[in-house]
Design a protein around this ligand. Structure first.
Ligand code: USQ
Length: 405
C-alpha cells in the first residue's frame, strides 16, 4: 500500500513517515520545507539538531534498507505538479499535515494571519480538488485539532465530530446530527474549522473517503523509529511561538527557567504523546470510511490536564519554580474539558500516559540538548489582540514555588 505524507518533514509528519515505512507501507513525502524557513524567520532552531531531509532519508535507508521518496513542492500553489505526482505515483492514502500549525505564530501580525489562512486552506482545497480531478480512489487522512471545538466548558463530553440536536419543526421535533459547532480560538485553529467544511463538502459532493483526526497537544519528541539513528532525530520546539506547553515546561525546568504559566494556568487541554500520534495515523489508514460515507472524525487525544497541574507535576519532579504571567492569549481563565475518544481506543490504541513516559523524555531530550537553547526565545511575545498586548507589557509578576497557595 502506498501512502503520500504531505508535510512529511515536520514535527508530526516526519515520525509518521518513518512509522508507516517501518510498518511496510511504501512511503513518499511532499514538503516545501517551510517549517525550516520559519525557524530562520524567527531566529530559533529546533532544540534537537535535525538533519537535512536528504540526510534523514539516506539515514533511514542505511538503517532499515527502506526507501522514502521526497518531492519538494508547495501545496496550495504547485497544483499541476501535485496532480502529476498523484497520477504518476497513484497513492492509496495520503496523510495531510501540510499546514502552518502554531496558534501564536498565526496571531503575530496581519501578515502571519494572511499567510496561515492562504497556506492552510489552499493546501487542503488543492489536495481535495486534485484527488477529484485525478479520479483516483485515495483515502485522505487529515490532522485536525481539538481546537475546532473550542475549549469551553460544554457540560458534556465533547463527541467525536458530530452532535445530535433536536429541531422544533411545524411537524414536531426532528433529530439531526450536525458537525459540532466550530469555536476556534486563533486564526490557526480557524483554518482547521474551515478544513472541516471542505471535507464535509467533498465527501458529500464527490464521495471522497476522508478521515479527520482532531488531535490534542502533542508532548514528547522521539518515537521508536526516530530513536534508531541520530540523523533521524525529531524536532523539538521550545520557543514562544512553536513550543507547546508541556514540552516548553520540560525544557524550562532543565534550563533553570521558571515555568511560564499563562494567567492562573486554569486552561484544561487534551494531550497525546508523539508515539501515540504515529500509531493513530496508522490505525486511521487501516480503517477508512466507505465511499459515500460522511467524514470519519476521531478525537486523537488520550488524556486531559489543567496547565497549572502540569506545572505542579514538573515542579515536583524537578524542583523548578513557576512564573504566573499575564496571558497573551484571549482565552477563558478556567475551563473544564471532557472528551470522548472511544473511536481510536476501539481500533486498538493503547495510550502512553503522562506518568509512563514523562521522565524518559526529560532525560532523553531536554537534558541532552539544553545547551542548544536560546533563553531569549522562551517568552511568548505574540499577543491575541490590543488588550492582551497591553496586559503582557505590564511589569513581570514574582516567581512562585509550587504548589501555589
Ligand atoms: N500555555 C502556557 N504557557 C506556555 C505556553 C502555553 O500557559 O508557555 C497555555 C496556553 O495559554 C494555552 C495552553 O497552554 O492555554 C496550550 O497552549 P499550546 O501552545 O500548548 O497549544 P495550542 O496553541 O492550543 O496549539 C497546539 C499545537 C496545535 C494543535 C493544538 C491542539 O501547536 O498545532 O492543534 O495544540 S489543541 O490545543 O488541543 O487544540
Amino acid at each position: 500500500m502506498k501512502v503520500l505524507v504531505l508535510g512529511g518533514d515536520g514535527f508530526c509528519g516526519w515520525p509518521t513517515a518513518l512509522h508507516l515505512s517501518a510498518k511496510g507501507f511504501e512511503v513518499a513525502i511532499v514538503d516545501n520545507l517551510s517549517r525550516r524557513d520559519i525557524d530562520d524567520e524567527l531566529g530559533v532552531q529546533s532544540l534537537t539538531p535535525i538533519t537535512s531531509i536528504e540526510t534523514r532519508i539516506a539515514a533511514w535507508k542505511a538503517v532499515t534498507g527502506r526507501d522514502i521518496a521526497f518531492h519538494k513542492l508547495t501545496l496550495g500553489q504547485d497544483y499541476e505538479s501535485f496532480t502529476a505526482l498523484l497520477r504518476e505515483w497513484r497513492p492509496n492514502a495520503l496523510v495531510h499535515f501540510a499546514e502552518q500549525r502554531a496558534a501564536p505564530y498565526s496571531m503575530k501580525s496581519a501578515q502571519h494571519k494572511r499567510y496561515t489562512v492562504n497556506n492552510n486552506i489552499n493546501a487542503t482545497n488543492d489536495t481535495l480538488a486534485a484527488v477529484v480531478e485525478t479520479g483516483l480512489d485515495i483515502h485522505v487522512v487529515h490532522l485536525g485539532t481539538m481546537g475546532v471545538y473550542g475549549y469551553g466548558t460544554a457540560g458534556m463530553a465533547i463527541p467525536e465530530g458530530y452532535l445530535k440536536v433536536k429541531l422544533d419543526t411545524p411537524k414536531g421535533q426532528v433529530e439531526q446530527e450536525i458537525l459540532y459547532p466550530a469555536n476556534p480560538g486563533s486564526i490557526y485553529h480557524m483554518t482547521k474549522t474551515q478544513d472541516a467544511l471542505l471535507f464535509q463538502f467533498y465527501a458529500k459532493n464527490d464521495a471522497l473517503r476522508i478521515t479527520d483526526l482532531h488531535q490534542g497537544i502533542v508532548w514528547g519528541c522521539q518515537t521508536e523509529e526516530t530513536r534508531l539513528d541520530d540523523a533521524l532525530i525529531n524536532r523539538f520546539d521550545y520557543d514562544g511561538d512553536y513550543g507547546t506547553v508541556l514540552n516548553r515546561f520540560l525544557i524550562q525546568s532543565q534550563l533553570g527557567h521558571p515555568l511560564t504559566v499563562h494567567g492562573t494556568g486554569g486552561q484544561t487541554r487534551a494531550f497525546i504523546n508523539i508515539q501515540d500520534t504515529v500509531r493513530c495515523i496508522a490505525l486511521a489508514i487501516a480503517n477508512p470510511p466507505k465511499c459515500g460515507e460522511r467524514v470519519k472524525i476521531m478525537n486523537q487525544m488520550t488524556e486531559t490536564h489543567r496547565v497549572r497541574d502540569l506545572a505542579e507535576m514538573i515542579c515536583g519532579l524537578t524542583g523548578a519554580d513557576v512564573a504566573f504571567l499575564p496571558n497573551p492569549r484571549a482565552e477563558a481563565d478556567e475551563n473544564d474539558l471532557h472528551v470522548e475518544n472511544k473511536c481510536l481506543l476501539g481500533l486498538g490504541l493503547q495510550p502512553i500516559t503522562l506518568q509512563d513516559g514523562l521522565l524518559n523524555d526529560i532525560t532523553e531530550v531536554a537534558r541532552a540538548y539544553a545547551h542548544r537553547a536560546d533563553l531569549t526565545k522562551v517568552p511568548c511575545l505574540s499577543a491575541w489582540n490590543a488588550d492582551r498586548l497591553a496586559a503582557t507589557t505590564e511589569p513581570a509578576p514574582a516567581v512562585r514555588r509550587m504548589p501555589a497557595e
